[in-house]
Design a binder for this molecule. Structure first.
Ligand code: NAD
Length: 330
């Protein structure tokens, strides 16, 4: 199988190159993201392999189909960046569900602890021998209330972590699961009672701007909000207005609505034209990271393994257990 591998970073090659060789795949590593301008590079390949900030529209699917590309191999759990419906009769879309839910949940907790206890500021201060504590006061998490939205693999891992901090955990999911150490409540109650809210649901038409002016207004003053899921779960304009009004104790964002083309790139020498992103960076209680919740050795290894297992299943007519669409219908 010949695979056009878009958005390649050096750390991708570490795992994909040796494993790809073992499978006998011919992987062509391309640095460019997959978009309307670069889709032509897939000509002559059986599959494209893409990450979260590559996107594949219906029109691109038609182009890929004409080029006889048979599969879109996602190196991610989320698949909101591909027009799955348009792909339905033309090619398979295979994803990597739950490669390391703990990696993302642990990172969500890292964001929460950072924006709460301000270790990132303390680090900078002490390096300059500024040992003052002014402005560094945080909040105990012990016995506070946490709200988890989305109780899939990552949400469940987050619940376990929050329980470790002996927090009272409320959760919401349209498809509840049994046996969690958390109490399912209506979504309104998550907003009303939580001191900390962590988002772990996928981006769908239903969840887009789940965090908006109304839901922010319904939250407690001083609430901590963490988003490691997808940027567009939050209406950024509303978030910024809420932050300016002093609504949040802290906000940790690993994802951002308009992250495509910015996250994963070194843009330190560029003038950033995105006013919202620039504004977020100026808010002292907002921490933005570059969609890195997944980024552990274990997760990267698991992503490479499952992505290539998916390709192997396709090539050899084996059951494609990670096919988007089919697995969703199960
Ligand atoms: P999952 O499919 O196991 O769980 C998602 C859960 O969300 C499911 O239980 C589902 O029922 C629930 N859900 C669906 N609609 C909902 C709604 N309207 N309100 C509340 N819950 C809803 O997925 P997962 O592996 O736990 O991943 C969750 C999300 O995390 C992914 O969709 C992806 O966007 C994001 N993610 C981020 C990173 C990162 O690096 N930051 C890495 C992996 C995944």
């Amino acid at each position: 199988m010949r695979i056009a591998f878009y958005s390649t970073k050096p750390y991708d090659k570490v795992w994909f190159e040796p494993l790809g060789r073992e499978y006998g795949f011919d992987i062509h590593f391309i640095e460019a993201a997959c978009n309307e301008e670069t889709v032509f590079m897939a000509k002559g390949y059986d599959a494209i392999c893409i990450f979260v900030n590559d996107h594949v529209s219906a029109q691109m699917i038609d182009q890929l189909y004409e080029m006889k590309v048979k599969a879109i191999l996602l190196r991610s759990a989320g698949f909101n960046h591909v027009d799955v419906k348009a792909a339905e009769d033309k090619m398979v879309v295979l994803r990597v569900p739950g490669y390391s839910p703990d990696a993302v949940a642990e990172f969500a907790m890292a964001l929460l602890l950072t924006v709460n206890r301000l270790t990132h500021k303390a680090y900078n201060r002490t390096r300059e021998f500024n040992m003052s504590l002014n402005g560094l006061m945080g909040m105990d998490l012990f016995e506070k209330t946490a709200g988890v939205i989305g109780t899939g693999k990552i949400g469940q891992s987050m619940i376990r972590i929050l329980n470790g901090f002996q927090m009272r955990v409320l959760c919401y999911d349209p498809y509840p699961v049994k046996g969690l150490e958390a109490e399912y409540v209506p979504l309104e109650d998550i907003f009303k009672y939580s001191d900390v809210i962590s988002l772990h649901c996928p981006l769908t038409t239903e969840t887009r701007h789940l965090i908006n002016r109304d839901t922010i207004a319904a939250m407690k003053k001083g609430v901590y909000l963490v988003n490691t899921s997808r940027g567009a779960l939050i209406d950024t304009d509303a978030l910024i207005d809420g932050a300016l009004e002093g609504k949040f104790g802290g906000v940790g964002l690993d994802v951002y609505e308009e992250e495509e083309g910015v996250f994963y790139e070194d843009r330190s020498g560029d003038i950033i034209a995105d006013d919202n992103l620039a504004r977020l960076m100026t808010l002292p209680n907002v921490l933005v990271t570059s969609h890195m919740g997944f980024f552990t050795r274990e997760a990267m290894q698991a992503i490479a393994k499952t992505t290539l297992e998916n390709a192997y299943a396709l090539e050899n007519g084996l059951p494609m257990v990670n096919q988007v669409g089919r697995e969703m219908a199960l």
